[in-house]
Design a protein around this ligand. Structure first.
Ligand SMILES: Nc1ncnc2c1ncn2[C@@H]1O[C@H](COP(=O)(O)OP(=O)(O)OP(=O)(O)O)[C@@H](O)[C@H]1O
Length: 234
């Protein structure tokens, strides 16, 4: 579903991502772990077609992101680490705007918006302007906007930051549900306990290079993901 081959991104004289290979299969929850500045956001933005890169190839469901960025974007939902949404819109206007872009029918969008707004307890806030939302409320709205078009691939940058415990719990369940239905999820996190419980596979990057990847069992063995991560960091 997502194939990253030899991805390299350079900022000035800094190699933020260095010859990175990753392969996320259909139905997998894939965790992306690394220290601050390791290159996670850079990789994620390149996969979503919002950041150009210097070398390598990225394929979404077999489509090359440089050759057909719109084709790739039609299959992706991206939830950034900082939900910078349109403050001049109300929540419901924003969701309808996203549903329009992805050409979701009125009936289907209504059903999905009601379901997820209820789940994340922001039904009443949808009539308010996004400028009045807290960080967590914006994060919830970004998640609902991602789910409204039933994407094949969800890419999330630190999705649990700012969510209250109930919303985190709902999101974890939704992630499992989406993957059971055949979608794939690629997400970065610093919350290693969550990654350990949730992910089928995990990759750890350090200074832009993949240092380990595989199934959660392969990577952590008999120890915890936290122990493996801290050992590799040293
Ligand atoms: N626009 C930019 N211009 C110059 N350097 C950048 C830019 N964006 C990122 N970098 C550098 O690239 C490297 C990777 O940054 P990136 O944001 O991908 O890391 P990250 O793993 O997402 O970090 P964090 O966990 O702190 O979010 C860092 O050294 C960062 O300083």
């Amino acid at each position: 579903m997502l194939k990253i081959e030899g991805l390299t991104k350079v900022y000035g004289d800094k190699k933020a991502v260095d010859n990175l290979d990753l392969h996320i299969q259909k139905g997998e929850i894939y965790g992306f772990i690394g220290h601050n500045g390791a290159g996670k956001t850079t990789t994620i933005k390149a996969c979503c077609g919002i950041l150009d890169f210097d070398q390598g190839n990225i394929y979404v469901d077999g489509i090359n992101i440089k050759k057909d960025p719109l084709g790739c974007k039609s299959k992706i939902a991206y939830i950034p680490d900082n939900p910078d949404l349109y403050n001049f819109m109300t929540g419901i206007q924003y969701l309808n705007f996203i549903a329009d872009i992805f050409q979701i029918s009125k009936e289907i969008r209504k059903e999905r918006i009601e379901k997820y707004a209820q789940m994340f307890e922001i039904q009443k806030d949808l009539a308010s302007y996004i400028s009045t939302y807290s960080h967590g409320m914006k994060q919830k709205l970004a998640i609902i906007s991602a789910l409204v078009h039933d994407p094949k691939l969800i890419i999330m940058d630190e999705p649990f930051v700012g969510l209250d415990p109930k919303a985190s719990f709902q999101l974890k369940n939704l992630m499992k549900e989406m993957c059971l239905k055949g979608s794939s999820i690629f997400f970065s996190t610093h919350v290693l306990e969550v990654a350990e419980k949730l992910c089928d596979k995990v990759a750890i990057i350090k200074n832009g290079k993949r240092i380990v990847s595989g199934t959660m069992e392969q990577v952590k063995g008999d120890t915890s993901l936290e122990e493996v991560f801290l050992e590799l960091e040293e």
